[in-house]
Every structure is written in structure tokens, then in C-alpha cells.
Write a protein that binds this ligand. Structure first.
Ligand code: F6P
Length: 548
């Protein structure tokens, strides 16, 4: 099968970029009074304005042609219909089934998985109810006040991001903490203010073999047993979320206290499964269901809407336009919402672990850009840190601005000020400021001519920098669910066009393997042959100084 960049649709886009690269967005707005209206879309309580992009309707039509050429619609149906589209692991990809609120049957190898999904949800509901009402107590009969989720990657980032985002919905009687890093500091600093008798640990790991998680879980169990002095206490203070019952049992957690999920749920797509248990504990089961409903609304749209009117597809195509034709290497996610402060980190895993691939599904090396570096910080902190580069640096940084019309914390005029910055930044990035304009401004301010002509170079902005604006009424479980699903399907759209498998992650294996070899050497205090000179010297230094 030919690489996508050999198709006529791709080549047409290359030619089109040559025409578009000198076009000014401001001129496109001036020419078309309906541009903002025609390049906006409201779906699942999210409003997207994609008009501040270096695109025309012709660009979009050409991008849609490309999506059709790779049969994006067909692949979407295959994902929803449980075909094993994760071809390197021979697995279906069914995070959409986890939030399938229609309850339509989803058949994996001829078996409808909806009853299993609903059964786990029912167990989660019952458990969440018992903990939140205080019926589930610790070993000494005390009410649980603190939940510590121990997991990493997809078993941490999603629940952590959602719990922060939905903080206004959280019960005050339960605090939720997250420990992920194997650096002992993370666990020590998290538990130091907690009372073991009132703490419940969730050990969240799809495989239940991940070094970081198992190390943290073992140390957490030691901490608990040191305080409570009774092995029976583990049953009241540890639950597991995993696909691996045998390992859960071996760790000492009764499978009665295990919440399962399935191999067709990718780690970075798993917050909708029992990996979402900390979310349900924090905000209540009904709110967790609202999160699923928001995602389901976006799923239905993604599955059924035409490509040209499809929000995740449009975002995916625009991102690809910049990555593959305009040479952009990164993508910034800029939430104007303090509660979404962990969204960039969450999307880093979602996007970069999915689309950071260099070979096609058939194993052929690609010679075009795939996943960009995803990064970001909430506004307005980001404005005072890295926006300088986005405005005046030499690279194009496509950016998504995300904000809400109403804040959960309406304090004086904070929110109008906050959102004024959102709108001003996207306008400034698009409009820029020419040399003559900067010069005229300074002259009007009375700056003397020589100084003004020098400074005008520094004070002019190229503009024409692309942004998407995503606005919602309020950040709720529903809108958050829709927002996350929007990005998941954006990732899918791009992965399909690039012809890669977005659902494996072989790239994380080598480092893990080498770390195990090196750990043995550190423990033995002896470096074996076979390392390069740099690694060897570093290891010897580390061992000598630790033992010395
Ligand atoms: O980083 C690799 C990875 O496999 C991720 O894909 C996954 O989310 C994470 O490790 C954690 O894995 P597990 O849930 O099996 O502990």
C-alpha cells in the first residue's frame, strides 16, 4: 500500500500550501463577512471557532478529500464495531463502548461486551456509594477521608486531570491524591499528612506489572501495616483496578476488591473504565455518568456527521495541514481555565504515545511528519512565559484556546479579565502589527524618530499565527467528557491519515528493559560490560558515591 504522501490528494495539498503560505488571514476575514460563522460549529455543548486558521473552504475540501482517500469513515466504523484495528497487538479499540450510553450491543468475537461494562459500572456505583456514605470503613472502623490513587501514565493522568477539572463538584468529605512517580518523594510527601486508618489506596494498573506502580503500592502497603500492625488491614485499605486478576491476588488484594477492565481499553483511553474510580469517588457516580454522557454525545457526532461538519475531524485535519504542509512541529494546548491545568499533560500522553510513530501499520518507514510535540500551560500563566515565542518567534505554533463563559468561581471581575486575555491573544496572534503601525504608534507617543525606527522592528508582530477557539458555557462533567472525546477522535483522525497504529506503544519498552538490567547492576554495586563509555562512567560514579 502506497504511503499517504504519494496520493494525488496529498500532492494537491502540497500545491495548495504554496498558494496559501503568503495569504493573510486578515484579508480572508475582510473578503468574507461570513467566515467566522461558516467556520464555527457547536456540538455536544462545545462551540468551536476555527476561522482563525490559514485555510479557505478550498483547503478544507482538499483535506476532506484526503480523509476520504484513506477511508477515514470506514476506519471509524471499524473502531466502533470492535474490529482489531490495533493490529500489532491484535486488539479492538473500544473506549467508545465504555461510554456507550445507548447500550447498543458491541460485539467482540461475537460476544456483546455491554453487559460486562454495565456490571463493572454497577460495582463501581455500589462501592462509591459505600465509601462516600461512610458505610465502607477502614480496618479500625474509621470513615475513609483520603483516597490515594497509585498508578502512572494512563492509570494516573486521566483521573488526575478530571478530578482537578471537576473540583467544584467534589465532596468535601473525601480528598483524592495521586501518586505516580517512582521517586520516593512523591509517595512520602503525599502520605505524610494522612492518617493510615482513614486512607484508602487504589492501585491502578492495567497490567499490574508496571515498576513504578508496584514499587509505590508495596511501599504504601508497608506504610499502612507499620501503622496498623495487622495484615488483615490490607483488605479494607487497598482496592485494585486492573485487567490482571492473578497479579492482583499475588499482591495480596482480594479480587472481591478488584475492579476489572479489558485488553481492548488502551491505558491512555482508560479513564472511562474502572480507572475512573477516583473520579467517581470524588464527584459521585452520577457525575461520572454525566462525564460518560458528554463523551458519548461527541462519539455519536464523530461517528455520524459528515467529514466536513465533523468537529474532531476538522481539528485533526487542520492540525495535519500545519504539521505536514506548513512544517509546524508542535501543537500548543492553552486552557483558559485553572481547573484544566493538567489537560496539556494528559493530552501529551494521549497524542504523543498514540501518534509518535515512525512506521505505518504495515511496518513501512514513513517519510513525513507524524505526531507533533504537544505542550501547554493554562492562560494567563503561559502568556507571561512562552507566548513571546508564539507571537514573534520564527516557528509557527498552532494553538488551541479553551475556555468557559461562566466560571465556577466568579470573583469580582476575574473572569471577564481572564477571558479578555483569551480573546485578545487569539486576535493578536492572527492580526499581528506591521512595522508602519508600530512606528506610527510610537511617534504618537512622542518617541523620537531614530529610536522609533529601531524599536518598530522589535515592536512589530508578523501575525497570521493560527489558533482554534473552543468555548463552553461552563466546565461540567458533560462538557469535559465531550472535550476529552473530541481530542481522542482528533488523534484518531490524524493517525488514520498517517497510516499508523495509534493504539500501541512499543516505544516505551526499550528504556524499561534497560532500566531493569541497570537496576540489578546498581543493587550488586558492579557495572557489567556492554554499556557505552558514557553510561558506564555515569553508573560507576553513581555507585561509588552512593556506597562511599
Ligand atoms: O508508558 C507506557 C504505559 O504502558 C502506558 O501506555 C500506560 O498508560 C502506562 O504505561 C501504565 O501502564 P499500567 O496501567 O499497565 O500500569
Amino acid at each position: 500500500m502506497a504511503l499517504v504522501n504519494e496520493t494525488p490528494q496529498w500532492k494537491a495539498l502540497q500545491g495548495h500550501w504554496d498558494e496559501m503560505k503568503e495569504v493573510r488571514m486578515a484579508d480572508l476575514f475582510a473578503k468574507d463577512p461570513h467566515r467566522a460563522r461558516d467556520m464555527s460549529l457547536s456540538i455536544a455543548r462545545l462551540h468551536l471557532d476555527y476561522s482563525k486558521n490559514l485555510i479557505t473552504q478550498e483547503t478544507l475540501a482538499k483535506l476532506v478529500d484526503l480523509a476520504e482517500a484513506v477511508d477515514l469513515k470506514g476506519w471509524t466504523r471499524r473502531m466502533f464495531n470492535a474490529e482489531a484495528i490495533n493490529n500489532t497487538e491484535q486488539r479492538a479499540v473500544l473506549h467508545t463502548a465504555l461510554r456507550n450510553r445507548s447500550n447498543r450491543p458491541v460485539l467482540v468475537d461475537g460476544v456483546d461486551v455491554m453487559p460486562q461494562i454495565n456490571a463493572v459500572l454497577a460495582r463501581m456505583e455500589s462501592f462509591v456509594g459505600r465509601v462516600r456514605t461512610g458505610e465502607w470503613t477502614g480496618h479500625t472502623g474509621e470513615r475513609i477521608t483520603d483516597i490515594v490513587n497509585i498508578g502512572i501514565g494512563g492509570s494516573n493522568l486521566g483521573p488526575k486531570m478530571v478530578c482537578a477539572a471537576l473540583a467544584p463538584y467534589q465532596t468535601e468529605s473525601l480528598r483524592v491524591h495521586f501518586v505516580s512517580n517512582v521517586d520516593g518523594t512523591h509517595l512520602v510527601e503525599t502520605v505524610q499528612s494522612l492518617n493510615p486508618a482513614k486512607t484508602l489506596f487504589i492501585v491502578a494498573s492495567k497490567t499490574f506489572t508496571t515498576q513504578e506502580t508496584m514499587t509505590n503500592a508495596t511501599s504504601a502497603r508497608d506504610w499502612l501495616l507499620t501503622a496498623l500492625q495487622d495484615r488483615e488491614a490490607v483488605a479494607r485499605h487497598f482496592v485494585a483496578v486492573s485487567t490482571n486478576a492473578a497479579r492482583v491476588t499475588a499482591f495480596g488484594i482480594d479480587t472481591a476488591n478488584m475492579f476489572g477492565f479489558w485488553d481492548w481499553v488502551g491505558g491512555r483511553y482508560s479513564l472511562w473504565s474502572s480507572i475512573g474510580l477516583p473520579i467517581a469517588l470524588a464527584v459521585g457516580f452520577d457525575r461520572f455518568v454525566e462525564l460518560l454522557e458528554g463523551a458519548h454525545a461527541m462519539d455519536e457526532h464523530f461517528l455520524n456527521a459528515d467529514l466536513a461538519q465533523n468537529m474532531p475531524v476538522i481539528l485533526g485535519l487542520i492540525g495535519l495541514w500545519y504539521a505536514n504542509f506548513a512544517g509546524a512541529c508542535t501543537h500548543a494546548v492553552l486552557p483558559y481555565d485553572q481547573s484544566l491545568r493538567f489537560l496539556p499533560a494528559y493530552l501529551q500522553q494521549g497524542d504523543m504515545e498514540s501518534n509518535g510513530k515512525g512506521v505505518t501499520r504495515a511496518g513501512v518507514a514513513v517519510d513525513y511528519t507524524t505526531g507533533p510535540v504537544v505542550w501547554g500551560e493554562p492562560g494567563t500563566d503561559g502568556q507571561h512565559a512562552f507566548y513571546q515565542l508564539i507571537h514573534q518567534g520564527t516557528q509557527m505554533v498552532p494553538a488551541d484556546f479553551i475556555g468557559a463563559i461562566h466560571s465556577h468561581n466568579e470573583l469580582g471581575d476575574h473572569h471577564p479579565k481572564f477571558m479578555a486575555n483569551f480573546f485578545a491573544q487569539t486576535e493578536a496572534l492572527m492580526r499581528g502589527r506591521g512595522y508602519e503601525e508600530a512606528l506610527a504608534e510610537m511617534r504618537a507617543e512622542g518617541v523620537e524618530d531614530e529610536q522609533a525606527s529601531l524599536l518598530a522592528h522589535h515592536r512589530s508582530f508578523p501575525g497570521n499565527r493560527p489558533t482554534n477557539s473552543i468555548l463552553m458555557e461552563r466546565l461540567t462533567p458533560h462538557t469535559l467528557g465531550a472535550l476529552i472525546a473530541l481530542y481522542e477522535h482528533r488523534i484518531f483522525t490524524q493517525g488514520i491519515i498517517w497510516g499508523i497504529n495509534s493504539f500501541d506503544q512499543w516505544g516505551v519498552e526499550l528504556g524499561k528493559k534497560l532500566a531493569n538490567v541497570i537496576l540489578d547492576e546498581i543493587k550488586m554495586g558492579k557495572v557489567k560490560a556492554g554499556h557505552d563509555a558514557s553510561t558506564r562512567a555515569l553508573l560507576e560514579r553513581f555507585i561509588a558515591h552512593r556506597n562511599g
